[in-house]
Design a protein around this ligand. Sequence first.
Ligand SMILES: Nc1nc2c(ncn2[C@@H]2O[C@H](COP(=O)(O)OP(=O)(O)O)[C@@H](O)[C@H]2O)c(=O)[nH]1
Ligand SMILES: [Mg+2]
Length: 332
Amino acid sequence: MTPTAPPTELPTPELIRRTLAGERVPLARAISWVENEHAEAPAVIDACFGAAGRAFRIGVTGPPGAGKSTLVTRIAKEYRARGLAVAIVAVDPTSPFSGGALLGDRVRMNELAGDPGVFIRSMATRGSMGGLAVHTAQVCDVLDAAGFARILIETVGVGQSELEVAQTADTTAVVLVPESGDGVQAMKAGLMEIADVFVVNKADREGAERATFAIQSALELRAPTGGWRIPVHRTIASKGEGVPGVVDRFEEHLLWLRESGDLERRRRQRLEQRLRDLLEGRLWAEFRARVPDADWRESLEALAARRRTPHDVADALVGRASGAVRGDEPAN
Ligand SMILES: Nc1nc2c(ncn2[C@@H]2O[C@H](COP(=O)(O)OP(=O)(O)O)[C@@H](O)[C@H]2O)c(=O)[nH]1
Ligand SMILES: [Mg+2]
């Protein structure tokens, strides 16, 4: 952290201005506000939104222990060597960035933390995971607006909700180990599908080549992905071997995304989803405010007793809330 005074009493416009200027302490606070849904969070999110869209967001996902955190650390170093400012967002409770690390990992991570061109943030995995994906996207906007050119998002590739987090990225790398090769066919549905780049890490172990071929042949069986040939790249993250190649693949994918128009398309889709989520939340709150609590309780009781169906109740509530006169409500 740069030694700026802690912005305890910083007014929001000032905090936003200094966040956009890339000052670390205000930035950290802005991110906390977003994460904790602070009353000033919408102001921060809106201000950052307009300034965001320049960063390239890279999701790094895969099973626990595959070497994601080790790899992310090395990738960050490689990007630094290429002169780019890089942020790491860890949405993995076992990540050294989240404090769940062995000593060796923390030492490596601390090396990065001393670099002003690197910003590391771990996201609390408490609460709903759906919310986590939204918060991750918002935090990435803040980092993007603060001027980080590359944002690495580490997530554990288990479960639908983690995949949603991974999908907030422009490019997704799935990290596997040689042993995963045998199970490629049976691999968690979803994990195979979201990969733009495969990494077979721990290539110092037996079977790395076999795993690479297994993934490649599984990919060949799939429908074409519109021109991008998904690479399968081997690394030994603990030694940094193969890491520049991974970064090359990312940059190639970025170029391809730009040239094919897919970047624009993917980002539009994500923004549409975000708008829908926002509208759903808002419309729901508005709707609920229009239904008297007594009606709500009564409806729930009718459902619990199976006197009425969810459809009946929904129709009736919507009808009443929108003030429509309905003659077809069930009498029971
Ligand atoms: N042999 C070997 N071990 C590795 C390699 N990369 C990471 N590791 C080790 O694997 C363990 C898990 O790594 P970590 O990065 O925490 O995995 P994550 O759970 O996917 O984030 C750690 O002890 C790392 O030191 C590698 O390429 N080869
Ligand atoms: Mg990790």
